[in-house]
Design a protein around this ligand. Structure first.
Ligand code: ZN
Length: 62
């Protein structure tokens, strides 16, 4: 077994233990944030451009 494959297996095991996460991207400035909720909090504001959660789109679920 190659060292590379070992690494991939180890990474997979770690990932399986982690909570499900959701990545959102600000459609205004492109800032991305990953949280463990399927929805951003109502009072979330983009740290870069200051818009609310309405301007974010879900880009990755994992
Ligand atoms: Zn933004």
């Amino acid at each position: 077994m190659s060292p590379m494959l070992d690494l991939e297996l180890a990474k997979g095991a770690i990932m399986a233990d982690e909570k499900k996460t959701y990545t959102f991207r600000c459609t205004v400035c492109g800032y991305e944030v990953t949280i463990d909720e399927p929805q951003l909090p109502d009072d979330y504001v983009c740290p870069v451009c200051g818009v609310g959660p309405d301007m974010f789109e879900l880009v990755d679920e994992g």
